[in-house]
Ligand binder design. Structure first.
Ligand code: OMP
Length: 271
């Protein structure tokens, strides 16, 4: 099924906008799992089994695997989700971006090698670097638009021609020019609700991936008010560390479930 349809189905059937981010730090794993890079899959599997009915997506973060030479653990993690819970879309967060010929290889990496349903992409090199991803019509391309980090405004909020900010130009291009296959999503940080409201005005019902809730301190009420679509969906609200490391003991999976449920309920209260 097409990525955007998987997502919509999940939003509605499971009444959830929560995405659990899989950002493994082996040194933070509980001792009953082990703290080696080879233990990442077992940790992720426990988190996935404990939260699968509460989420609309999972987002494994590439660097957290590659930095400890655990790409095999990433492949196993995505493979596990695709086999056991094939109705849950997987967003591979690798923030790729390069000239077209190399971008085509990054798209192949995400969609064929890792079997992800979608991938995060940095669009600031322009359309020819985005198209090799969006050409995979059934897969999702998640473009950085207004990111959640403290330095995001330094470049993304610069004013450009037409009086639009740089992030608004990205939103406009994504919605009006680049979205031939209706498979683009935008990254809009939870820490920037004013910008999120501006982006929503420019993009209709385009789905947003919203990191920055939990460890980065984004405000759930402000995010839902600024970003939701008319039907109360449109958002994939990610939390990673606050869920994964809610407990450092053998009850970590139960604690992760409790945090995920708390987030789901809090978001739904404002929809
Ligand atoms: P926590 O702060 O632990 O919830 O993790 C946030 C996750 O979202 C990390 O994997 C980040 O790499 C990612 N992220 C951001 O935090 N900010 C952004 O603007 C974009 C992303 C992303 O593309 O996922």
């Amino acid at each position: 099924m097409k990525f955007t349809d998987l997502l919509k189905k999940r939003w509605i059937e499971h009444e959830t906008l929560v995405c659990v981010g899989l950002d493994p730090y082996p040194e933070k794993f509980p001792s009953n799992i082990g703290r080696r890079s080879e233990d990442i899959f077992e940790f992720n599997k426990a988190i996935i089994d404990a939260t699968q009915d509460l989420v609309c997506a999972y987002k494994p973060q590439f660097a957290h695997f590659a930095a400890v030479a655990a790409e095999d653990q990433l492949k196993r993690t995505i493979g596990y989700i695709k086999t056991k819970y094939p109705e849950i879309p997987v967003i591979l967060d690798s923030k790729r971006g390069d000239i077209g010929s190399t971008a085509a290889m990054y798209a192949k990496e995400a969609f064929e090698h890792y079997q992800a349903d979608s991938v995060t992409v940095n669009p600031y090199m322009g359309v020819d670097t985005v198209k090799p991803f969006t050409d995979h019509a059934n897969k999702g391309t998640v473009l950085l638009c207004r990111t959640s980090n403290p330095g995001a405004s330094e470049l993304q909020n610069l004013e450009t021609r037409d009086g639009l900010k740089l992030y608004e130009q990205v939103a406009k291009l994504a919605a009006n020019t680049w979205n031939e296959h209706q498979n683009i999503m935008l990254v809009v940080g939870a820490t920037a609700p004013d910008e999120m409201a501006n982006i929503r005005k420019l993009t209709g019902d385009m789905p947003f991936l919203v990191p920055g809730i939990g460890a980065q301190g984004g405000d759930i009420e402000a995010v839902v008010a600024a970003g939701k679509t008319a039907d109360g969906t449109g958002l994939v609200i990610n939390s990673s560390r606050a869920i994964l490391y809610a407990s450092d003991s053998s009850d970590f999976a139960d604690a992760a479930r409790a945090e995920t449920l708390k987030l789901k309920v809090a978001i739904n209260a404002y929809r």
